[in-house]
Design a binder for this molecule. Sequence first.
Ligand code: KIV
Ligand code: ZN
Length: 543
Amino acid sequence: MEQSKQANDSNRSSKDRLIIFDTTLRDGEQAPGFKMDSQEKLRLAEAIARLGVDVIEAGFPAASPGDFESVREISAQIRSTSIAALARCHEPDIERSWEALSAAEKPRIHVFLATSAIHREYKLKMAKGEILRRTAESVAFARKLCPDVEFSAEDAARTEPEFLSEVIEAAIEAGASTVNIPDTVGYAVPEEFAELINQVRARVRNIEQAIISVHCHDDLGMAVANSLAAVSAGARQVECTINGIGERAGNCSLEEIAMAVRTRPQIYGVITSIDSTKLCATSRLLTSITGVQVQPNKAIVGANAFAHEAGIHQHGVMQHRETYEIMRAEDVGFTGEQLVLGKHSGRHALMKRVNELGFDINEEDAAQLFVNFKNLADKKPQILDADLEALLLDLTHVQRGPWSLATMQCSSGTESMPTVSVRLQHTDGSTKQEAAVGDGPVDATFKAILRAAGLDDGSSTASLADYGVRSLTTGEDAQGQATVHCEYQGSVLRGRGLSTDIIEASAHAFIDVVNQIESKSSAGRGEAEWQSKNPSTSGTTAS
Ligand code: KIV
Ligand code: ZN
C-alpha cells in the first residue's frame, strides 16, 4: 500500500519529468575499448552526477571484484544521485549488489531476466511459468533489502506483448517501482516500440504503481528515436550513456536525448534535470579517459556539430543565427579555439575559466593544475580552452604502476636509424636507463621502455593493437595526446600521454601500459582466486 502510494505520487509529479538513468559505467564500460579502472570510473561518475542525471548505474557487482569495488566507491562518494547496481535474478547476485551499495544514500537494485522466446528457449532454457516465478521471487527478494528496485525484461522488444505484460505485472506486484523495457538487440523501430509501450500500459493492471523505463540499443541507428517514441507513449525514464557508448553499436546517447526533449518541448512535453552546459565537458572527459574519440559529425558534442562550412550557411548565420542553428553552442558547453590564458595569468583567472568550462575541482587538484599550467605556459605562450581541458583531464590520470619517465633522448633522420634512450624512474627510488633502435622513433621508444622495465624477455610480450596521436589544438606548439592500445594476455590495455612533443607523449602513453602489465599479474592472481571461490558468477555479462 505504502509502495503503491509512493509510486502514484512520483507518477503524478513525474508526469512531465523525464528521469535520466545513466549507464555509461555499466553498459557503456562493457563495450570493447571502454574499460576503465576504479579511479577513472569515480572521476567520470562525479562528472555525470554534476551533469544532473537522476540515476547512475555504477556497475554489475557480481561480474568481478573490480566492478564490486567501484560500485562501492561510487556509492560512498556520490551522495546526491541514486546509485544503481545490476544483478541477475539470482539471490547471490542480488546480495552482492546490495553489499556494494551499502554506503549509498539512495541505492537502487536493478534486476534483469530475459523474456523473449529466443532467450527462453536457447539461453535460459526456461518456460514462461518459470520466468514469471523467478521475476516475482527475485524482485521480492531485492525489495526486502532495498526500497528502490528496478526490473528489466531483457529483450523485451522481441517478447510477445501479452507475456511481457504478465511479467511486468508480476514484477510490480512483487515491489518493483521502475519497470524497464529494453530493446536489447536494437531491433525495434519507433512506431512499433511506441505501440509496445502503449500495449504494456493498456494490459498491465498495476502499471500506475511504477515508472516505465526504456533502454534502447543502436544496432539500426534508432536508439534515440525509439527512446523518444517511448517517451511520447508514456515512458518516464530513459536509460542512456555519454556519447552513446555501449554493447555493439551502443546505447541511446544521453546528450542527444537530453537536447531533443529540451529543443522540442512542444512535441515531448517533458523536462530533465540535465545541466546542458556540461554536456561537452562530460563527453570530452569520457573520450580523454578511454582514448576513443567521437566522430566529428556526432550530434551535440562532435567537433563539427556547430561548424558552418558552406558560405551560404555562414552568411545566413551571420544575418540571423537561427537560420541554420536550432541550438546555441554555449547551451551545450561547446567552446571553439578560444584564446583564454597566457603565461602571466594568475590562479584566479585560471580557476574562473575552469569553472566556465564546466569543471569543478578540489583544492589539491587546483594547486596541481596551476603548476601544470605554468609549465605548459613556458613552452606554449597561448593557452587555449582545449589545452586547459587537456590539463584538467590529465589530472584524472593516476599513475597505474611503478614507472614514470625521468628523461629521454631521441635521434632520427633520413640517413640514420632512429635511436631512443630513456631513463625510467621506479617508485622505489631506483632508475633504469636503456636505449634501442627501431623502425621509427616511436618503435624505438617503445622498445627502449620495454627494455628498461625488464619486459623485453618475451615472457610478458604485449602486442601493439592500436596507436594514435592527435593534436588538441592547431599551431606548431599544439599539445599532442598519444593513445596506445596493447593486447596482453587476452585483454586490451590502454595508455595515454600528453605533451607538446609527440614522441614524449607516446613514451608516457606506453609507460602507462607497461605499468598496467606490471600490476596486472598480481591483480589477475587475486581475481582468479575470487572466481574460484564464486563459480556461479563466472562469465557474467549483460547486454
Ligand atoms: O540491453 C539490455 O537489455 C540490458 C539490460 C541488462 C537492462 O542492458
Ligand atoms: Zn543494454
